[in-house]
Ligand binder design. Structure first.
Ligand SMILES: [Zn+2]
Length: 89
């Protein structure tokens, strides 16, 4: 189920709005990730629930229906190479 969003790409979304995960999402990683929000032609907000954005570095991380392992590995891997995420774990 690889869908092309990989760690190396590190697509940054500096200007992207981030919507917090609903409070029903209990996993700790949701404190560090939100969903990207875009606007359609009418200026209406649209939330893409197939990917998440790291609030620390704004990298896009794929999110597959309830599976947060991509997000956890993002926090883990990124902590190894930068201090940016050190306070997250
Ligand atoms: Zn990050």
């Amino acid at each position: 189920m690889a869908n092309g969003v990989d760690e190396r790409a590190d697509q940054l979304n500096k200007n992207c709005e981030i919507e917090d995960a609903p409070s029903t999402f209990k996993a700790v990683v949701w404190q560090h990730f939100g969903f990207p929000v875009s606007r359609n032609d009418k200026g209406e907000k649209q939330t893409d629930k197939r990917q998440t954005i790291c609030k620390s570095c704004r990298a896009t991380v794929a999110y597959n229906s309830g599976n947060t392992s991509n997000m956890r590995s993002h926090l883990y891997i990124t902590t190894q190479k930068s201090s940016e995420h050190n306070n997250l774990l």
